[in-house]
Design a protein around this ligand. Structure first.
Ligand SMILES: *[C@@H]1O[C@H](CO)[C@@H](O)[C@H](O)[C@H]1NC(C)=O
Ligand SMILES: *[C@@H]1O[C@H](CO)[C@@H](O)[C@H](O)[C@H]1NC(C)=O
Ligand SMILES: *[C@@H]1O[C@H](CO)[C@@H](O)[C@H](O)[C@H]1NC(C)=O
Ligand SMILES: *[C@@H]1O[C@H](CO)[C@@H](O)[C@H](O)[C@H]1NC(C)=O
Ligand SMILES: *[C@@H]1O[C@H](CO)[C@@H](O)[C@H](O)[C@H]1NC(C)=O
Ligand SMILES: *[C@@H]1O[C@H](CO)[C@@H](O)[C@H](O)[C@H]1NC(C)=O
Ligand SMILES: *[C@@H]1O[C@H](CO)[C@@H](O)[C@H](O)[C@H]1NC(C)=O
Length: 518
């Protein structure tokens, strides 16, 4: 695929640093303001934060650290209406040297981004990492609103968003980290989910040299086709096919009662929906039956049944019948309201209007599920997708990649990361990809955390406990522990590397040690 003509000149700009002695103490945080940087780079603030003084969404710093803030001016956008240089804002958190674990961590973004994920940065800081983060190359104002995202009209900003921003940010923040501690970080990691998961695959594909370990959760790395799955699900559930929250809950309750026990444990969720043979058609109203009785959902109308089937199936190409993107899985229904309402209007519609058709009046109901898919593949895909099945450069440099994916993700069809994994294995015939990629499916897991329908499912995933030993000691990740469900219980669970599933052995069903991966 050809990329549109954009020059990433800023990526090649070097910074020259003043030859001043570098202290290892956070009290010298101020010195960053005097660092000389090449044109395009700027440090705007450098401040020491004592423990407990930075609180982002309830995540609070446990250590004293130095926060450096700055910007990078990158590409002159020559094609956009709004020409001129673009600005990326970054932050760097540096723990005092006795709390520093010697490693660099970059964190990614969510959705249309435009802001720095400070809560994720503090989470990593509290583990002792030097942490870099950025706004993905555009401001929150440029992320726009539910009907218009200004950044999508600027090709350099679009390219920065998923493909380039983390690499740009890492080049400067990792250098400053090296200066601060007077040594290069021993290892470099990346941590991101959703759009951040897409950024993770983009790093493995376009910048394989930068990171030793990549965590790419619920990856939207086939972003263009993910948009088509939103569009498909949205358009197929309008009008008489629309399913209210009560109807969706009714479907999920029936699906769970049919398939909960397949894994030998009655725990209110399905271990692997691919093993669940439930036929939704049995929920259709009998002839003459009222779909609700005394305000309680009793069955599905035939239009709702058609809508539900379309959502499980996912978009198909009308020219060749090929799958455009996988569908949603059994057990995820109770979170489909977003698919029926906002995802297709705020995500799919903007990508189609601004990136594909370049027409703000484009009517998304007229999308042609054949020729227009090709058009999307030619216009949006080169700018926002990261789906190369050849990740050999990342493999050769010893990189490791872990993906997690919730089976009950509210946004993303969970089969996509598995399909992509298979494509990589088919392409890289010389290697067994489990040498460097592992995917962990999460039963009852939502989009980058819990699904509200499954509050008893542990939603903290201890990914670095698996990724770091894999990168640094070659310990292959045989399992991942999860903990801290939203319901406040002490349940822990075991995630298994695909295609393995957790099998209950003996003991407390809410203790991860009661399971093995088979
Ligand atoms: C980072 O440091 C390396 C090694 O000193 C240097 O080659 C590179 O130009 C620097 N990059 C940036 C963006 O500062
Ligand atoms: C730097 O950041 C600190 C902490 O947020 C703030 O109090 C201070 O005003 C900032 N300084 C400048 C020059 O912006
Ligand atoms: C952090 O902020 C949240 C509100 O976002 C508040 O509920 C919490 O108490 C604060 N935590 C601390 C330790 O200040
Ligand atoms: C979104 O932003 C555009 C352009 O700034 C504006 O015209 C439009 O009214 C806004 N829409 C909403 C729903 O705020
Ligand atoms: C959009 O297209 C659909 C399908 O052709 C049509 O029914 C609808 O009226 C159109 N909407 C507008 C605003 O033109
Ligand atoms: C790769 O290795 C794993 C674990 O040893 C094995 O189960 C799997 O069959 C291998 N895959 C291929 C394609 O050889
Ligand atoms: C969780 O708490 C229950 C009591 O509420 C206790 O019986 C159980 O041993 C605890 N499990 C673990 C793994 O700590």
């Amino acid at each position: 695929m050809r990329l549109t003509c954009i020059a990433f000149s800023a990526l090649n700009v070097l910074i020259a640093v003043q030859a001043s002695p570098v202290s290892k103490f956070s009290s010298d945080c101020d010195s960053f303001l005097n660092v000389e940087l090449a044109s395009g780079y700027r440090v705007s603030n450098s401040t020491v934060f004592p423990p407990g003084s930075l609180n982002s969404s309830g995540i609070v710093n446990e250590f004293t650290f130095c926060r450096v803030e700055g910007t990078i001016n990158y590409d002159q956008d020559v094609t956009a209406v709004d020409k001129g240089p673009n600005t990326l804002a970054w932050e760097l958190y540096l723990p005092a040297s006795n709390d520093y674990n010697g490693r660099f961590m970059a964190v990614g973004n969510g959705g249309y981004a435009g802001d720095i994920d400070e809560a994720s940065m503090i989470t990593q800081l509290n583990l002792g990492y030097a942490v870099g983060g950025c706004d993905s190359g555009h401001s929150l104002a440029d992320s726009g609103n539910s009907t218009y995202a200004p950044f999508l009209a600027k090709s350099a900003q679009v390219k920065a968003w998923i493909h380039e921003s983390i690499a740009m940010m890492t080049k400067i923040t990792r250098n400053l980290t090296t200066q601060y501690y007077n040594e290069t970080p021993a290892f470099s990691y990346y941590y991101g989910c959703s759009t951040g998961g897409a950024q993770g695959y983009a790093l493995a594909q376009f910048h394989p040299e930068i990171f030793d370990g990549i965590y790419a959760g619920c990856p939207g790395n086939w972003y263009s086709h993910l948009m088509l799955s939103f569009l498909w699900n949205g358009l197929h559930t309008q009008g008489s096919g629309f399913m209210s929250q009560d109807v969706l809950n009714f479907i999920t309750a029936n699906v769970i009662s049919a398939c909960d026990s397949l894994d030998g444990v009655m725990d209110g969720l399905i271990e692997n929906p691919l093993f669940c043979e439930y036929d939704i058609a049995q929920l259709e109203c009998a002839s003459g039956q009222d779909p609700s009785s005394n305000g309680v959902v009793a069955c599905l109308t035939s239009d709702q049944l058609v809508a539900a089937k379309a959502t499980y199936q996912g978009p198909k190409n009308v020219i060749d019948g090929e799958e455009i993107y996988p569908g949603m899985e059994l057990g995820s229904e109770s979170s489909w309201l977003l698919q029926e309402t906002t995802l297709y209007t705020t995500y799919a519609a903007l990508i189609l209007k601004e990136l594909v058709f370049k027409d703000l009046n484009y009517n998304i109901s007229t999308f042609n599920w054949g020729t227009d898919v090709q058009k999307l593949d030619q216009t949006a895909s080169p700018l926002i997708d990261a789906i190369s099945p050849d990740l050999s450069a990342f493999h050769k440099r010893g990189g490791k990649l872990i993906t997690t994916q919730g089976w009950a993700d509210q946004f993303n069809a969970p089969l996509w990361p598995i399909q992509h994994r298979d494509q990589v294995q088919k392409t890289m015939t010389e290697v067994n990809i489990t040498d460097f990629i592992e995917i962990f499916l999460i039963p009852g897991g939502g989009h980058c955390g819990s699904n509200p329908a499954y509050p008893h499912v542990p939603s903290t995933y201890h990914i670095l406990d698996a990724l770091v030993p894999w990168v640094e000691k070659g310990v292959h990740p045989a399992q991942i522990r999860t903990s801290d469900p939203p319901d406040g219980s002490n349940a822990t669970r075991k995630l298994c590397p695909w295609p393995k599933n957790a099998r209950y052995l003996v003991g407390d069903i809410d203790d991860w040690a009661s399971y093995d991966c088979v």
